[in-house]
Design a protein around this ligand. Structure first.
Ligand code: AMP
Ligand code: MG
Length: 303
């Protein structure tokens, strides 16, 4: 399936399942309000939760948003890659996709297929994770097609996602870097450029749509578990006794590996129909901040 065919489907107002380096996205023409409405519908996503506009590069982002010198610096350092910037909207993204805000979230993904489709399409695409709202994000082609394939005109297979967590969202409004959502780019990497990030992860006003229950499998999730109880599936981090319902996030305690496996293993654990999914403690350093954020939300906690 070619990038040209995907671009044609998008121009016709259709939805396209698209691999990125973070998770699989369900893409629509950001400027086309009825395509965007179809996308919210397909995901069952609340309309107060704005979407990320994906662009090919910094030049394309400049048409969409006023990045300012802070945004320009971050984009120059980290794009293409798993960083989303929130800045004043300039043009090209429908009000519906922005949930009525004057600001817009924008990112240039690194994945070669996402890049090819963006270049063939020639404008911004909104592309939230290709799951039904509230469910774990798909990080494989099969999981994406299972979630939203029925609503997509076309689905592109890019293999498993290299990062496996959604992008880190940073607001650069008023020239201040604020962390709105931890993600696939660690806080330390960003702070090396910006200095200490102001933390706005729990400020609902600045970060709409951060729901308490999100990324959730069907089974309840039990955090900081040392071992599974009878009937539970277990997501281990570090050496653990093997078992039918034991899934290894990373035996060698590598946070990148755990991030890449997290959502696929939540789904695999869920398929065993356990009484709960118990998850090992994950350290808070590096990508651990984003992994713990997703796990707390999968468990129904924010905090
Ligand atoms: P998702 O598409 O599910 O990965 O979520 C996109 C994330 O970006 C959500 O956390 C949104 O709240 C956030 N976001 C999108 N647009 C804006 C915006 N204009 N201001 C603040 N946060 C935004
Ligand atoms: Mg999502």
């Amino acid at each position: 399936m070619s990038a040209e065919a995907a671009a044609a489907a998008l121009r016709a107002g259709g939805l396209v399942i698209l691999p990125t380096e973070t998770v699989y996205g369900l893409a629509a023409d950001a400027a086309n309000a009825s395509a965007v409405a179809r996308l919210y519908e397909a995901k069952g996503r609340p309309r107060f939760n704005p979407l990320i506009a994906h662009v090919a590069d910094l030049d394309a982002a400049r048409a969409v948003a006023e990045l300012g010198s802070l945004g320009e610096r971050l984009a120059a350092r980290f794009w293409p890659g798993p960083l989303t910037l929130v800045a004043p909207h300039r043009a090209g993204v429908s009000a519906l996709a922005r949930a009525g805000l004057e600001t817009v979230a924008v990112r240039a993904p690194a994945h070669r297929i996402a890049q090819a489709v963006l270049r063939a399409f020639g404008g911004p695409l909104v592309a939230p994770s290709a799951n039904r709202s509230g469910r774990p994000s798909p990080t494989t082609y099969a999981d994406a097609v299972e979630e939203t394939g029925a609503s997509a005109a076309l689905a592109l297979d890019g293999g498993p996602c290299a990062i496996g967590l959604e992008s880190t969202v940073v607001s650069v409004l008023d020239g201040v870097a604020r962390l709105l959502r931890p993600g696939g780019l660690s806080r330390a990497e960003i702070e090396a450029v910006t200095g200490p990030l102001a933390d706005a992860a729990t400020d609902a006003k600045r970060s709409p749509g951060r729901l308490a229950l999100h990324y959730a499998p069907d089974a309840p999730v039990r955090l900081n578990a040392r071992a599974p109880r009878p009937g539970e599936a277990f997501l281990a981090y570090g050496p653990a006794p093997a078992g039918e319902r034991v899934f290894q996030l990373s035996e060698g305690r590598d946070l990148r590996e755990a991030a890449a496996r997290l959502f696929a293993l939540l789904r695999a654990a869920d398929r065993t129909r356990p009484t709960a999914i118990a998850v090992s403690p994950i350290p808070m350093e590096g990508l651990g901040e984003a992994i713990n954020d997703r796990l707390r939300r999968a468990a129904g906690f924010v905090g």
